[in-house]
Design a protein around this ligand. Structure first.
Ligand code: DGL
Length: 282
């Protein structure tokens, strides 16, 4: 594959377990309209949230290889489960093998944002089982402020339900209510949505949590960090008009396109089916 010789003109690569990371891409497209993006959704292996850390590291390294082969200037892990399990391994691999490509993930910026948002020092976390079990948010929150309490709630059914359950019915409302109950009980004043899918039920969550509870999502905080990383490394696109964005899916491209529009809230266009190279040692 041939890439522009000027690294600033190369795309930012974003990946996720499926279409959920399009909520993160949405924020990136709004904040950085001049950049080109390539997004890979591993829909064939969705969901990631009940997988173990070794498997998630293996999948993430495989995907990173594919995206680097497509000339990425920066790698963004939009998936919370993959960030929680694989960010250090991805960074190590980038240092060993490539041309100084940086990797940014969703956990750190979101945790810092939550710590600056809380007034009572009690932050709730809603995330997949894999993300909660990793302890990555607890580590990031406590690195930012050791006095803050994090109340984590694993929500194993929520992402698959959001993905398949549109339009939402009472069943979704009841499942969400069950996950929110321990957070209301703990009197948190800030809640981290630690999964790409949850912004789609944000109105429901806000209503159940109460209007004064601050809800923190990963996309906006990450987009600020991506902008900073590009600027400080001299990698911002020199273009003045809008950039292009394209999609790769490991599963059925038509299903990705149909479902993806809901998450991206922008037209998707063509989706290319991609076959990842077999195994990459974690
Ligand atoms: N992108 C995934 C995450 O944020 C969605 C859920 C899943 O794959 O289980 O964890």
């Amino acid at each position: 594959m041939r890439f522009p010789s000027d690294p600033r003109e190369r795309p930012i690569a974003v990946f996720d377990s499926g279409v959920g990371g399009l909520t993160v891409l949405h924020e990136l497209l709004v904040r950085l309209p001049n950049e080109d993006f390539v997004y890979l959704g591993d829909t064939a292996r969705f969901p990631y949230g009940d997988r173990g850390p070794d498997e998630l590291r293996r999948f993430s390294l495989q995907i990173a290889e594919e995206l680097l082969a497509r000339g990425a200037k920066l790698l963004v892990v939009a998936c919370n489960s993959a960030t929680a399990a694989a960010l250090p391994a991805l960074r190590r691999r980038m240092l060993e093998t490539t041309l100084g490509v940086d990797v940014l993930g969703v956990v750190g910026p979101e945790a810092v944002h939550a710590v600056t948002a809380t007034h009572n020092g009690r932050i709730g976390l809603l995330a997949t089982t894999a993300t909660v079990a990793s302890g990555a948010y607890a580590a990031a929150v406590h690195a930012a402020d050791p006095h803050v309490d994090l109340i984590p709630v694993a929500a194993p059914d929520l992402a698959p339900m959001i993905q398949s359950g549109f339009p939402f019915d009472e069943r979704v409302v009841e499942v969400v209510r069950g996950y929110v109950a321990p957070l209301v009980e703990a009197e948190v004043d800030t809640v981290i949505l630690g999964c790409t899918h949850y912004p789609l039920v944000r109105p429901m969550l806000q209503r159940m949590l109460g209007r004064d509870v601050r809800i923190v999502t990963s996309g906006a905080a990450l987009a600020r960090q991506v902008e900073h990383a590009l600027g400080s490394r001299g990698l911002s696109s020199p273009r003045t008009g809008e950039g292009a964005y394209s999609f790769l899916s490991t599963g059925d491209p038509e299903a990705f396109r149909m479902l993806g529009t809901r998450f991206l809230q922008l037209p998707l266009g063509e989706v290319e089916q991609v076959r990842l190279h077999a195994e990459v040692a974690a």
